[in-house]
Design a protein around this ligand. Structure first.
Ligand SMILES: [Zn+2]
Length: 247
């Protein structure tokens, strides 16, 4: 069983009969993170289609030399598979995932944590769930560093408009983390965001990335119903070095 992301039909699952036989026509024609030309019969049976032909177009071989990049690519593919609708056009997500896998393969110096956060932000935009972090002049004066964000409504709480629901899940968001989010959300290409991040490098940047990671993590668990453990393990694995294990 192979799960594909396609521009025209979103997530597609195909059964590849005899895929593991030594003479299978499909041997070596597909693998994790490949982009392929795929011909399949839309002959749905329990959500599974029949594959006819498959030809690899982009193998992204260099990716396989660097385990951290594979960890990042694995996480992004898994997240996308969970978030993308079945049998709906998904050209934007397809382009987003393709260009991000290309970058992981061909730009080894990429800041992986920043790339994951950039990807998550734009994935949320494409599925119509981008958090709204616009501030209100009444409730969020610029001298206030910590803002309160409502998870159910997906925006900053605004007491002057309406009382928040009792028991509503909210979380505190630092203004600098909000700025980092806006920077990533406003950059249609990761290169732009990476350039700005590199220009204003400071000691705080790791903390800001961690703060944004926590915010997006909680937001996605709430709205996409993705398991939090997958993402946590991904970040812990990226932090692992031979000498130092993550806390
Ligand atoms: Zn307000």
């Amino acid at each position: 069983m192979v799960t594909w992301l396609t521009p025209d039909y979103g997530r597609v699952v195909t059964a590849v009969k005899g895929a593991c036989r030594p003479k299978s026509a499909f041997l070596g024609q597909y693998d994790l993170f490949y982009t392929c030309d795929l011909l399949f019969y839309r002959r749905e049976r329990d959500g599974v289609h029949a594959i006819r032909e498959c030809v690899p177009r982009e193998l992204r071989e260099p990716l396989r030399q660097r385990w951290r990049h594979v960890v990042a690519a694995t996480y992004l593919c898994d997240l996308t598979a969970r978030a993308v609708p079945i049998q709906q056009e998904a050209a934007d997500l397809f382009a987003l995932l393709s260009q991000t896998l290309d970058r992981l393969s061909h730009a080894p110096e990429t800041n992986l944590r920043a790339l994951l956060l950039w990807y998550e932000t734009h994935l949320l935009r494409h599925v119509g769930l981008l958090p709204d972090l616009r501030t209100c002049p009444h409730c969020h004066p610029s001298e206030r560093m910590w803002l309160r964000f409502s998870l159910p409504s997906g925006r900053l709480t605004c007491p002057h408009l309406a009382k928040s629901q009792p028991g509503e899940s909210t979380l505190a968001l630092h203004r600098a983390v909000r700025s980092l989010f806006m920077l990533l959300a406003d950059a249609p290409q990761f290169e732009t965001a990476a350039q700005i991040l590199a220009d204003k490098k400071n000691d705080n940047q790791a903390n800001l990335l961690l703060g944004l990671s926590r915010f997006l993590g909680m937001f996605m668990v709430f709205h996409l119903e993705v398991p939090s453990a997958v993402r946590r393990v991904t970040w812990e694995t990226l932090d692992t070095t031979p000498a130092q294990r993550p806390a």
